[in-house]
Design a protein around this ligand. Structure first.
Ligand code: 26W
Length: 797
C-alpha cells in the first residue's frame, strides 16, 4: 500500500519555490544568481517534495513494527541525484517549464551537479540501484556507508597515459544531505583488552566520532522515501587548546586532521586487496557506527534482544563490512551481557553476506598483526567464532584463521544467515570453488540473487526518446513493472514501429556524435555502428582483446578498403587502479592505436577508435542510450555478474559476449539469435589454461592475431618507443592467463557476424528491439523482491 499521495505541483508552484529558496536559503537575487545557485534552489525545491513522504515512511514503519533492512556498503556510486529526484517525483515537465520561464537552460542547470563517485564500479553502482528499488518497493530500509570527502579519482590522459587527480565533489555545495550532529557515535581503535570479573573490557587507545549525514532516496512516484546514512569522521575534541595557546597551530589542528583521514578518500582499488591499515579502519568505522545506530533504533522500540533477528536484517555488501559479525557479538556479549553462544546466534540471525567476486586477489584477508593491533578484542572474538564453528563441524579442514590471517570471506559466511552470489553462474561457482567446503557443511545457506538495474535511471531518465516510444506503445506501467516490456514484442514485426525504434537510437547517436565533436574533438558519422566497452580496466575484462581485434580489423580494411566493410566506431571508457600498471598500459595502447587508426585516411570512414576520459555514472548515462553493440567479453568464470551488460540490453544494444556472469541469463532472456556469443565456457577455460603453450598455439593458428601482435611489437602504434608494449606482448604470447589469444579467433568470427547483421538495418532493429522487450527481468526491483523473500523476510509497506 502506498501511503503518501503527492500534491500536484504546477510549473508556477515550482518556479515560486525555486525563487523562494534562491532568496531565503541562498540569499541571492535572480540577477546575481549563478548556475550553481539555481541548481541548488531547484534541488531544494525538489527535496522539499520528498520530505513529507520521508516522514510518513518512518512513521508507518514504526506503526507497523515492521522489519527493517540495513544495507551496509563501503561504496554507493550514486552519481547525480537531481534529475533522478525530478524524474521519480514525475516533475520533469514542470521543472523544465519553470526553468525556461526563468530564462534558464534546464539541461545546463542539471549538468552543473557534481557526479558523486563514492564507489569504484559495479558493487557501488549496484548498491545505488538497490536503494532506489527498496524505496520504489516501499521496503523499510537504510543504506549505511562512508561520506568520503574525495570519491574516485578523476582521470585524464597525458600522451595517452592515465593521470589521476583528486575528486572534489564536496567542494561544490551538495543539496541532498542533512547533517545530523545529534547522531554521533564514538568509535575506538587499538588499545587493550582486560578481563574484569569474567568479562572482557576493551579500552581503545584512539577514538574518533562518526557523525551522520542523511540523504533521502525517493522511489518511483515519490511515495516512499528511505535514507542513505553516510558517516563522516570527526575528532572527538576538534581542537587542542593547549597547543594553540603555545602557538603551535599545526599541533592544535592535528586531532581533527587525523580523525578526518578516516573518511577522507575512497580506496581506488577494486580488485586487489592491499591489507592497508587505514582501509581496515574505514571498514570498522562505518560498520561499528551503523551497528550502534541500528541497536539504538531497536532499543527505542523493543526491549528483548532475542527479537533482533525478527526486526533487523543486515546485508553485508561483500566482505568490506564483515567486521559486523564480531562487532555485533561484542556488543551483545561484552556490552549487553548475553552469553557468547546466544550473542553469536542472534548475530547470525541478522547478518547476510553478498559475494561479488571470486578473483583470489580480491578476497579480503588481514594479517593478524594489523587486525589485532587495531581491533584486539575482535581478534579474540573471531577466534572464538572459529572455535565454535570448528566444534560444531569437527570434520572441517579449513579455518578462517589460517596462515596468521583473518579471512573475511569465511568469517562472513559463518556469521551469515544467507550468503548469495550475483548471477546464476557465479553462485554455482561459489558452491564449487571458493566456498565448496562451507557449502557442504551448510548446504542451504548459499542462494542466488541475480543483479539488476533500476529502470528509472537506466531507461526512463537516461533515454527519453526510447522511453517515450515505450510509453506511447504500452503505457507507463513498465516503469515499476519492467517485465511489461514484453508487450513490445508484438510490435517488433511492424516495420513502422521498428522504424520508430531505430529512429530513437539514431537520434541518440546523433546527440552523442555532436557531443563527441564538441567536447572530445572526435568526429564520427552517426550512421556507423557504435561499439562500446565501458567498465573498470582489468585484464579479466579483456579490453586488450577488443583492441587487438580492432588492430586486426584495421589491417584487413587496409588490405582491401573497398570490400564492403560495415563502418564502426569503437568507444572505450574506464579507469585503471593507480597501481595496476598493466591495466594502465592497456589504456595507453588503446590511445596509441586510436591516434594511428583515426589518422589513416584510407580507413577512417570504416573504423575509428576513441577512449573517453573520466568514466563515471554521468558518462554511462550519455553513452548507453547511443550504443549499438555492447562489449561483454570477460574470460568466462571471472565476471561475477556485470550490470552494464543489463543496461545496454535494456537500451536496445545487443551483446557480443562470453558465457560469463549474467551474460548467460541475458542470452537466455533475449534469445540466442539476438546475442553474439563467442569464446570458451568456464570449464573450457580451466582446461585450456592447463594446456602448455596455449597462447603460442593460438597465435600460430591465426595469422590475423599474429599480424596484430606484430604491429604492436614493431612499434606501429608507438614509433617513438617501439618497445613500449613489450610487457603486453610478452604476457599475451606467454602465459596469457586470461586467454586473450585463445579466444581471439572466435571473437573475430562473432564480430564479423555483427557486421553482417548490422548491415541489414531491419534485421538489426529487430534484434535491438527484442533486447529491450526481453530485458524486463533485469530490473533491480526483481532482484530486491528476491532479497526480501529469500534473505531478509521483509515486506513492502
Ligand atoms: C578489497 C578490494 C576490493 C574492492 C572491491 C575487492 C573487490 C571489490 C568488488 C567486489 C569489486 C566489484 O565491484 N565487483 C563487481 O560487483 C558487481 C556487482 O555485483 C558485479 O556485477 C561485477 O561482476 C563484479 O566485478
Amino acid at each position: 500500500m502506498n501511503i503518501a499521495t503527492l500534491p500536484t505541483v504546477s510549473s508556477d508552484n515550482l518556479r515560486d519555490a525555486i525563487l523562494n529558496h534562491l532568496a531565503y536559503s541562498f540569499g541571492k537575487t535572480p540577477e546575481a544568481a549563478q548556475t550553481e545557485d539555481w541548481r541548488m534552489a531547484l534541488s531544494f525545491a525538489i527535496r522539499d517534495r520528498m520530505v513529507e513522504a520521508w516522514f510518513a515512511a518512518t512513521r508507518r514503519t514504526y506503526e507497523a513494527g515492521a522489519k527493517r533492512v540495513y544495507y551496509l556498503s563501503m561504496e554507493f556510486l550514486i552519481g547525480r541525484l537531481l534529475e533522478d529526484g525530478i524524474v521519480n517525483l514525475r516533475l520533469a515537465d514542470q521543472a523544465r517549464a519553470a526553468l525556461t520561464d526563468l530564462g534558464l537552460d534546464y539541461d545546463a542547470v542539471l549538468a552543473d551537479e557534481p557526479d558523486a563517485a563514492l564507489g569504484n564500479g559495479g558493487l557501488g553502482r549496484l548498491a545505488a540501484c538497490f536503494l532506489e528499488s527498496l524505496s520504489t518497493l516501499s521496503c523499510p530500509a537504510m543504506g549505511y556507508g562512508i561520506r568520503y570527502e574525495h570519491g574516485l579519482f578523476r582521470q585524464s590522459f597525458q600522451g595517452g597515459r592515465q593521470v589521476e587527480s583528486p575528486e572534489t565533489w564536496l567542494l561544490q555545495r551538495h543539496a541532498w544531505e542533512f547533517e545530523r550532529p545529534e547522531a554521533r557515535y564514538r568509535i575506538g581503535f587499538g588499545g587493550e583488552v582486560r578481563e574484569d570479573r569474567g568479562r572482557s573490557v576493551w579500552t581503545p587507545s584512539e577514538q574518533v566520532d562518526a557523525e551522520a549525514f542523511d540523504t533521502p532516496i525517493a522511489g518511483w512516484q515519490g511515495k516512499w522515501v528511505n535514507t542513505l546514512r553516510l558517516w563522516s569522521a570527526k575528532a572527538v575534541a576538534p581542537f587542542d587548546l593547549d597547543s594553540f595557546n603555545r602557538g603551535d597551530f599545526a599541533a592544535a589542528a592535528a586531532p581533527e586532521a587525523l580523525a578526518r583521514t578516516i573518511s577522507r578518500v575512497l580506496y581506488p582499488d577494486d580488485t586487489t586487496e592491499q591489507g592497508k591499515e587505514l582501509r581496515l579502519k574505514q571498514e570498522f568505522f562505518f560498520t561499528a557506527a551503523a551497528l550502534r545506530d541500528i541497536l539504538r533504533r531497536f532499543d527505542s522500540e523493543y526491549d528483548d534482544l532475542s527479537q533482533l533477528p525478527a526486526k533487523v536484517a543486515i546485508q553485508l555488501n561483500d566482505t568490506h563490512p564483515a567486521i559486523a559479525g564480531p562487532e555485533l557479538v561484542r556488543l551483545l556479549h561484552d556490552e549487553r551481557g548475553l552469553p557468547f553462544d546466544r550473542a553469536m546466534e542472534i548475530a547470525q540471525g541478522c547478518l547476510n553476506y553478498t559475494n561479488h567476486t571470486l578473483l583470489p586477489e580480491a578476497l579480503e584477508s588481514w594479517h593478524e598483526g594489523v587486525f589485532g593491533k587495531l581491533l584486539p578484542r575482535h581478534l579474540q572474538i573471531v577466534d572464538r567464532i572459529d572455535d565454535a564453528h570448528g566444534k560444531a563441524h569437527p570434520s572441517r579442514s579449513f579455518s578462517m584463521r589460517a596462515d596468521s590471517q583473518v579471512k573475511m570471506g569465511e568469517l562472513s559466511f559463518v556469521m551469515a544467515n544467507r550468503v548469495n552470489g550475483v548471477s546464476a553462474l557465479h553462485t554455482g561457482l561459489m558452491k564449487e570453488t571458493v566456498f565448496a567446503e562451507l557449502h557442504a557443511l551448510h548446504p542451504d545457506k548459499i542462494v542466488n540473487e541475480t543483479n539488476g538495474v533500476t529502470p528509472r535511471r537506466w531507461l526512463l531518465s537516461c533515454n527519453p526518446r526510447l522511453s517515450n516510444l515505450v510509453t506511447d506503445t504500452i503505457g507507463d506501467g513498465w516503469v515499476d513493472d519492467l517485465e511489461r516490456l514484453k508487450e513490445l514484442e508484438s510490435h517488433v514485426d511492424d516495420a513502422g514501429w521498428r522504424d520508430r525504434f531505430a529512429a530513437a537510437k539514431r537520434d541518440n547517436k546523433a546527440d552523442l556524435s555532436n557531443w563527441l565533436a564538441e567536447t572530445q574533438g572526435v568526429s564520427v558519422d552517426p550512421e556507423a555502428m557504435f561499439d562500446i566497452q565501458i567498465k573498470r580496466m582489468h585484464e579479466y575484462k579483456r579490453q586488450h582483446l577488443n583492441i587487438l581485434e580492432a588492430i586486426a580489423h584495421w589491417q584487413e580494411i587496409k588490405d582491401d578498403p573497398n570490400a564492403g566493410w560495415t563502418p564502426r566506431i569503437k568507444i572505450f571508457a574506464g579507469k585503471a587502479a593507480p597501481g595496476y600498471f598493466f591495466a594502465k598500459d592497456i589504456i595507453r595502447l588503446i590511445n596509441d592505436v586510436a591516434r594511428v587508426v583515426n589518422a589513416d585516411t584510407a580507413t577512417r570512414d570504416k573504423l575509428q577508435v576513441a577512449f573517453l576520459p573520466n568514466y563515471n555514472v554521468t558518462l554511462a548515462e550519455r553513452l548507453i542510450p547511443a550504443a549499438d553493440l555492447s562489449e561483454q567479453i570477460s574470460t568466462a568464470g571471472k565476471e561475477a555478474s556485470g550490470t552494464g551488460n543489463m543496461k545496454f540490453a535494456l537500451n536496445g544494444a545487443p551483446t557480443v559476449g562470453t558465457l560469463d556472469g549474467a551474460n548467460v541469463e541475458i542470452r537466455e532472456h533475449v534469445g540466442a539469435d539476438n546475442f553474439f556469443l563467442f569464446g570458451m565456457t568456464a570449464p573450457e577455460v580451466t582446461e585450456r589454461r592447463m594446456l602448455d603453450g596455449h597462447a603460442r598455439a593460438a597465435i600460430e593458428a591465426d595469422p590475423r592475431l599474429a599480424r596484430a601482435l606484430d604491429a604492436i611489437r614493431d612499434g606501429t602504434f608507438s614509433p617513438d618507443d617501439p618497445d613500449r608494449y613489450a610487457g603486453i606482448i610478452e604476457n599475451l604470447a606467454g602465459h596469457d592467463y586470461f586467454l586473450v589469444c585463445s579466444d581471439f579467433t572466435d571473437y573475430w568470427r562473432a564480430q564479423r557476424e555483427v557486421d553482417a547483421a548490422y548491415a541489414d538495418p531491419a534485421r538489426w532493429a529487430g534484434m535491438a528491439a527484442l533486447n529491450t522487450a526481453r530485458s524486463g527481468w533485469f530490473s533491480s526491483d526483481r532482484t530486491i523482491r528476491g532479497y526480501m523473500s529469500d534473505i531478509w523476510g521483509a515486506a513492502s509497506l
